[in-house]
Ligand binder design. Structure first.
Ligand code: MG
Ligand code: ZN
Length: 203
């Protein structure tokens, strides 16, 4: 946390796929597919710099990500943990801090779920705001002063449900036919970080 930021802590919640790292092709429903193997997990070149900007503004930085491929048996959860350790240390190696990664591993459809313990109509799966609310509780975050950056309607809806301001990173594939009303749109996370910087510095 930066010095001189009075009041309760604030956060920027970042979606992962399409924000931190590119998706890998399309899934069976025509949406973007998340990387399922560690070797397919590539981090955008601007990710660490953008996170450093958010750190410098005094925000906690959390990642909130739906990873239902674990419930579907398409990815071992250890593979996901490897990706997330790599991400945290990669960002850390250039001076950026990710405070915590929250991942929803559930899916509600019994036809698609292979891991019975992860079959759930849970509160953490975006568009529900459960992961943001959990972080807020754990870290005492003021959600009204916080932001969500994501590339789908589900992210924006979760952010709005939690009371955050939202930035949509443009993604035509996953938002077809959806009406989304983010506060801002951006081309990528670096542009989103600059929008947040500008807004924070506007009285
Ligand atoms: Mg995404
Ligand atoms: Zn969940």
């Amino acid at each position: 946390m930066g010095i001189g930021h009075l009041g309760p802590p604030k956060a920027v919640f970042l979606d992962r796929d399409g924000v931190i790292n590119p998706p890998v092709g399309l899934d069976e429903f025509g949406g973007t597919e998340s990387p399922l193997r560690f070797e397919d997990f590539q981090i955008f070149p601007w990710t660490a710099e953008a996170i450093k900007i958010l750190n410098s503004l005094g925000f906690y930085v959390f990642i909130v990500t739906n990873q239902p491929a674990v419930a579907k048996g398409k990815m071992n959860h250890l593979e996901l943990e490897n990706m997330h350790f790599h991400l945290i240390y990669w960002v850390r190696s250039v001076g950026g801090i990710i405070d915590k990664i929250y991942a929803c591993l559930h899916h509600p459809d019994p036809k698609q779920v292979k891991i019975p313990a992860l079959l759930a109509d849970c509160d953490c799966r975006k568009p529900k705001p459960g992961m943001l609310l959990q972080a807020a509780q754990e870290f005492g975050i003021d959600l009204q002063k916080s932001w969500l950056v994501g590339d789908t309607w589900k992210d924006v809806q979760a952010g709005q449900a939690a009371g955050c301001r939202t930035i949509l990173i443009r993604n035509e594939v996953d938002n077809r036919g959806k009406t989304i009303n983010p506060d801002f749109t951006a081309e990528n996370l670096l542009e989103a970080a600059h929008i947040i910087e500008r807004e924070e510095n506007t009285p």
